[in-house]
Design a protein around this ligand. Sequence first.
Ligand code: G1P
Ligand code: ZN
Length: 545
Amino acid sequence: MDKVTHINIKKPFKDQKPGTSGLRKSTLQFQEPHYLEIFVESVLRQINNLEGSTLIVGGDGRYGNKKAIKKIIQICAAHNVGKIIITKDGFLSTPAASNLIRKRNALLGIILSASHNPGGVNGDFGIKVNISNGGPAPEKLTNQIYRCSQSLLEYKFYDFPVPDFASQGSFKIKEMFVEIIDGVEEYVSLMEKIFDLDQIGDYLQNDFSIIFDAMNAVTGPYARELFVNKIGLSENCLMNSTPLPNFGNLHPDPNLTYANKLADLLLNKRSFDFGAACDGDGDRNMILGRSCFVNPSDSLAVITANTNLIPGYKNAMTGVARSMPTSMAVDCVAKELNIPCYETPTGWKFFGNLLDSDKITICGEESFGTGSNHVREKDGLWAVLFWLQILAAKKCSVMDLMNQHWSKFGRNYYSRHDYEAIPSGIANQIYENLESLLPNLKNEKFSNSLVLDADNFSYEDPIDKTISTNQGLRIILENNSRIILRLSGTGTKGSTLRLYFEKSSLSNGKLDLNPQMALQDLITSLDDLLNISTLTKMNRPTVIT
Ligand code: G1P
Ligand code: ZN
């Protein structure tokens, strides 16, 4: 007989601390008996008014996705949730999930994704909790969930075989309704409200060739609906467009290292006018032109400078925000537009209150994330459409657009160096070393300038006044250059050290330097100070953006 079953475990899981975006661990870890269940139970126990509420559950389709959805359905039924909305085959991109939470007045979203981390048995898995505004749970809630998981020794589930969800429909389990919808439709209709797809279509059908790389992950079906079915391009504009549980062994992170086939097509073979890629769960984007890579910080600045070309944002800009390590290119645009520009810690959750209170319209991070108030997540395909609409309206190439932008606003040379999966002891040593040096750096000479300030970034949320400390070590130079060092909160193996370098140049300066060359003196000075290459035994970072 079907029934609510209580399970007791012997020892609590002590390692369920959500990072920059949710709980992210190896797939193997998530397969450990009761691991996922205990975390979900911890989540549900922190939510008020859960009984009778509506939840959205879906994921990026990686290995373990469907099984996890079934378990979550059983646990939610035992907790008397009113309704769960899932999508066909459980595919739901993160921005589409955010949209659904908002549109369906859901109390909560549970997103199964490890974002841009590899998938498959040997890859990673993750769970992210989004609240009723559609955005990632704030730190206060994730801390409560973590605290609960640390001592939790039991969970309950409704023992009932959950039917498959390969097509639209509905079923009932205990008193809970499960509705299976098409995850693509509602997202695409939101895009149709924001953008003029006809204008984009006219431009793309007449001598402007594009290629979109879904990296074998969740955006394939969304991109097909948009570019093939709505805009009318041929299927050839898509690559890696079938979602696979292991992403076809790709590392679905849209950057020059992991999306190298796409980069080669645009930068070396020069085969297309425009190329773009999204990550595993569809919230990140990379934009490329023929022979032209668009740095994500520049992408945010270009988007902010051109909102008047997009039907959804005409005369609607209230302000903009960027994460602290993101370059200050967007600050120059905000100044020109006379709108406020907020600087937040790394992680999309810090934009939530600013968006909800209408203080900002657009926001972004250097890590290939851009978005707006249309949802409460960054949105990869939205950014791609935004770029295409600007190009269609201006009838120019990506490179022309970048050059026009830099000559108007100046150029912020910028690069991020990642040392991925290095031993945690080494990463901590480098971090602590810089942290201890910070108080003595002020007014000292660094590279070709003097240090104006050196600190560990902390942030007070302008709305709820929450203070977040230890958000990244900064060296700010008198000549407006910045160096930032952070430890990643999303990696699952060892530690990942991120170094960010930025140098501003005025619009009348030389604008076409290679960023690595323009930043070389900062890069060398930091290595001289911290011995990063010696300590990591790496003569170059794993990823340079
Ligand atoms: C990384 C990015 C950050 C982004 C997060 C989730 O976090 O740097 O900007 O919000 O992924 O996509 P990190 O690994 O640096 O903590
Ligand atoms: Zn992602």
